[in-house]
Write a protein that binds this ligand. Structure first.
Ligand SMILES: [Zn+2]
Length: 353
């Protein structure tokens, strides 16, 4: 008989201080994707290891349309299925058996059918919780309250909406202590571990002296709701507020509370981000909606065409005639703004040229 196979679980790790990895033979510091470093990371979710700021999983979870198989698949490809074992027998099976790529795709479809609607319910709960406790532009009453105060209010007043107690039950914790050794070469690092494990006790104790240690806590669960709740709690405790991006309307963690745009690329093809183009696009939208600017732009276009194709104006004079028109048009727009003439009067003037 084979032994009991352990089910892989979804993992989240919180590290205090620096996080280090071995890269090309020597130990080096890593920082988050965007170059900021805040010391709190999810470092692995069964499968590929991600180093992301706390809140990343929760924010991405809220964006999934669980009624769509494609949307569900995108999420699973990134975060794995180990957090679904609690909700889907197929997911549990996938984690314990060997399968071909084709079988896997079939199983993913089964998993989605089995637990898509459960994930939707979990998502709904977190959407509310995030809006009430962490959204900078949350409900009006939340102004000037910190996340703990907001959480307290919801816990007392909306207990049915805020019942997360069950989410915490299916969670195990591993506490670890590791040396801070970012100044070591790979060889020194190997020697260090060799002495610790193979040297005698006093030798091992001796090498420990003068080295500082850091701690990490890894939480494991077969239930993604437990991991999401943990992340949500961590954000509450660390006062990590989020907001909707002014451009793409998706949640992000603003580097400053007045930041308006996220750093997501516009698309696969266009790697410019909301932040780099957001301000420009917003300006364009304002122009698009302002009737005065719309009228001016329309008049500008037709004057440009009329003057530059004129048979009565010499070719080399056209540009200066057009410039003169622009000056006069601007002056008239100012008069409209001051209320001295109406927009209709401006349009009439522009039409008559
Ligand atoms: Zn955005």
């Amino acid at each position: 008989m084979s032994g009991i196979q352990e089910l892989p679980k979804m993992e989240i790790t919180f590290i205090d201080g620096d996080f280090e990895t071995i890269q090309s033979g020597k130990l080096s510091k890593t920082s988050s994707e965007d170059g900021r470093f805040n010391g709190e990371y999810i470092i692995s979710v069964y499968g590929p290891a991600y180093k992301k700021p706390t809140g990343t999983l929760l924010i991405e979870f809220l964006e999934i349309d669980f009624t769509k198989h494609d949307s569900f698949n995108l999420f699973i490809n990134k975060w794995g299925i180990s957090g679904l074992a609690e909700h889907s027998a197929t997911a549990k099976g996938v984690l314990l058996i060997e399968y071909s790529e084709k079988e896997y795709q079939k199983m993913l479809n089964d998993i989605w059918i089995e637990c898509g609607y459960i994930l939707e319910q979990i998502q709904e709960k977190f959407k509310n919780a995030v809006y009430y406790c962490l959204d900078i532009n949350g409900p009006e009453w939340s102004d000037n309250l910190d996340p703990l105060q907001r959480f307290f209010l919801m816990q007392e007043r909306n207990s049915s909406l805020f019942d997360f107690k069950e989410y915490g039950t299916n969670l195990s914790v591993q506490f670890e202590v590791e040396p801070k050794i970012n100044a070591m070469t790979y060889k020194q690092y190997q020697n260090f571990y060799n002495t610790i494990s193979d040297g005698n006790q006093s030798e091992a104790a001796g090498i420990i002296k003068g080295i500082n240690f850091k701690t990490s806590e890894t939480y494991l669960s077969p239930d993604i709701a437990a991991i999401l709740y943990l992340e949500f709690k961590q954000m509450i405790l660390n006062n990590k507020l989020i907001k909707l991006c002014d451009n793409c309307q998706r949640y992000f963690i603003p580097p400053r509370s007045n930041a308006k745009y996220c750093d997501r690329p516009l698309s696969e093809e266009d790697q410019r981000t909301c932040r780099t183009v957001g301000a420009v696009q917003k300006h364009m939208r304002r122009v698009d909606n302002d009737p005065l600017k719309v009228a001016y732009r329309k008049a500008y276009k037709s004057a440009h065409a009329r003057i530059h194709s004129s048979k009565t104006i010499q070719y080399d004079e056209r540009e200066s005639v057009f410039r003169a028109w622009v000056d006069e048009a601007k002056a008239r727009i100012k008069e409209v703004e001051k209320g001295e003439i109406s927009l209709e009067q401006f349009n009439k003037w522009a039409k008559e040229g």
